[in-house]
Design a protein around this ligand. Structure first.
Ligand SMILES: [Zn+2]
Length: 189
């Protein structure tokens, strides 16, 4: 004996239809819905997990002289200069210096990409991340923003003002400005 799912009366344990309320006892449609949901969602969850694992195992930290590749775009630092600047009127604060970093971006992908100076941030030895950089007053060819065709490349300078003698500077690249974690990081010598 078992209880009817609907009217709770005792019925034969093999009964497909309750003799009392005439309701069907097997819920095949419920199992079809569950099966369909599994078929739809399991592959989505698996692919999301794979992407997360790939992202976790991806190399993110580079030395100054290394070329970092992300989504078939090559990012590299071609020059780092620490200087008081050459402008007569614009000078760094007392105890500070300009850190000028020349960045090269080469689009090796098959798609047009966009680049932006604001994707780059400099972190000092105290872990302070400087979003905006500074203006040195020198005639540097600045990295600005724009698009790069496939096989296109661009090179430009970004300038930050940092305490003299900070040997633990790191340059960070954010692929998406809303990301909390950096996409690439270069240790600056
Ligand atoms: Zn019943």
């Amino acid at each position: 004996m078992k209880k009817c799912k609907y009217c709770k009366s005792d019925i034969d344990k093999n009964a497909k239809i309750c003799p009392n309320c005439r309701k069907k006892q097997n819920n095949i449609s419920k199992w079809i819905i569950i099966a369909v949901l599994i078929i739809i969602f399991v592959p989505i969850i698996v692919s999301m997990t794979n992407e997360e694992n790939e992202e976790k195992s991806r190399k993110k930290d580079f030395n100054q002289n290394e070329i970092a590749t992300y989504k078939d775009v090559e990012y590299s630092i071609t020059k780092v200069e620490k200087t008081q600047g050459n402008n007569e009127f614009v000078k760094p604060k007392e105890g500070y210096e300009y850190v000028k970093i020349t960045i090269k971006i080469e689009n090796k992908s098959n798609e047009k990409i966009s680049y932006n100076a604001l994707d780059w941030k400099l972190v000092d030895e105290n872990g302070v991340e400087d979003n905006w950089g500074t203006y040195s007053g020198d005639d540097d060819i600045k990295l600005s923003s724009g698009n790069l065709d496939p096989n296109g490349k661009v090179e430009g300078v970004l300038v930050w003002e940092q305490k003299i003698g900070d040997n633990n500077l790191k340059l960070r690249f954010y692929d998406n400005i809303f990301d909390e974690n950096y996409t690439l990081q270069f240790k600056i010598n």
